[in-house]
Design a protein around this ligand. Structure first.
Ligand code: AMP
Length: 391
């Protein structure tokens, strides 16, 4: 019992210091407001607002100074075999709509899928390690399951803050969706538990931190690296779309990097479980929004999983160029997206440029499919085998 109290005290007293407090932290914090659980941009407002143009890029797409990349290499993750998926019981009660994303068995292809009964997780089952980061609604800590030594990341969300931010539904959806996904390039959510004040998410530990920081440090990625990442993204998106999940918020800030350099899509706060009919909710982040999602007031602003293909085009551009293709003032970005006005700088190879241009296509139906992305000459040139992680 005393042990438990110590743990609680220690846990509550941990404070997460962003590496670059002061100005960098402020910039990062502002930028991170674009995150999925952070801010929904009201596109209706956007379309009618003209006063925001003055702050231009600074508000819309902040350019970060170089940042120190956290090295978490000292933490040795143990094998996946030891973790038990806790949400199995919950899975059995899923509604038919929910079960859409659970079949076939999402964990079946893992090296050693957990078979034990679901655990009743609680905080005492974990040793809490160093803080890994801080988002708008939560802090994330390195953690180890005591019984097995399994290393993971524990995300702590305060219920009161979720209520205040009116994001409880979003978090619930995020948990529901993410806990049913298992792919090497998608951050695993092993389970969750809660106490009176907090919700804890047991996440896969992404040992190399945020892709966004790697990109800012490198300014832009060499083409072979970018191609590896794009191939991994295509593989992950193919998996998601097969399960009728649209991510809707693909951008570097929502991608983490695993210990072997493989990317892990995280942040499913904006993802939806797409039924057969198309969706017309508006959400997400301006720079990466596809044209079909920025036509407020029009009846045809429905969209499908093809929105993720547009975002993949934006991502490919940003990997190769170092900034997003439509970066401008908010109003101008919106206008440029609607017209697909962008230029690919000459230093980008012809094949890289070709892939970008085939993804950034106004008509969603004419965008390259994920299968086509995987065999695009640019991908084939740089990836011995497309798809899963960079070794
Ligand atoms: P979030 O609230 O999800 O934006 O997380 C805040 C920060 O914690 C991120 O920007 C990462 O730096 C870090 N972080 C979150 N999840 C993980 C993870 N699974 N592994 C490693 N670091 C993480």
């Amino acid at each position: 019992m005393a042990d438990m109290q110590n743990l609680e005290q220690r846990f509550e007293s941990i404070s997460v210091q962003d590496e670059n407090l002061d100005i960098n932290a402020a910039v990062t914090a502002q930028h991170k407001q674009k995150g999925s659980l952070s801010h929904a941009i009201s596109l209706t407002n956007l379309s009618t607002t003209t006063t925001t143009t003055t702050t231009a890029t600074s508000q819309n797409r902040l350019k970060l100074p170089l940042q120190k990349i956290p090295t978490n290499a000292q933490a040795k993750p143990s094998t996946l075999t030891k973790i038990t998926l806790p949400s199995q019981a919950a899975q059995q009660q899923r509604s038919s709509a929910e079960s859409r994303i659970s079949d076939p068995d999402p964990i079946a292809h893992l090296p050693s899928a957990p078979t034990a009964k679901p655990k009743n997780w609680h905080l005492g089952m974990f040793e809490i390690g160093k803080p890994l980061g801080k988002g708008k609604f939560g802090r994330v800590y390195l953690a180890r399951e005591r019984a097995t030594g399994f290393v993971c990341a524990l995300k702590v969300l305060h219920k009161s803050e979720l209520q205040q931010g009116k994001v409880e539904k979003q978090v619930r959806r995020e948990i529901e969706i993410q806990s049913n996904l298992a792919h090497p390039n998608i951050l695993r959510l092993y389970g969750h538990f809660h106490d009176t004040k907090r919700i804890f998410l047991i996440l896969e530990f992404a040992g190399k931190g945020e892709l966004y920081k790697h990109l800012r440090k490198a300014q832009r990625f060499p083409e072979p690296v970018a191609a590896q990442y794009v191939a991994q993204m295509a593989s992950a998106l193919k998996y998601l779309h097969k399960k009728h999940v649209i991510h809707r918020d693909i951008k570097p800030e929502n991608i983490l990097v695993g210990l072997h350099g493989e990317i892990k899509i995280s942040d499913f706060g904006w993802s939806v479980h797409a039924p057969n009919n198309r969706r017309n909710t508006m959400c997400g982040t301006l720079d990466y929004l596809p044209p079909e999602m920025i036509k407020p007031g029009r009846e045809d602003n429905f969209y499908s999983e093809k929105v993720d293909l547009w975002s993949l085009g934006v991502l490919t551009y940003e990997f190769l160029v170092g900034e997003a293709p439509f970066e401008d003032s908010m109003v101008m970005t919106q206008r440029r997206i609607a017209r697909c006005e962008m230029t690919v700088p000459p230093f980008v190879s012809a094949e890289g440029r070709d892939l970008i241009k085939r993804l950034l296509v106004l008509d969603p139906e004419k965008r390259l499919s994920l299968e086509e992305v995987e065999v695009h000459p640019w991908i084939l040139r740089h990836c011995a085998k497309g798809g899963e992680g960079k070794k």
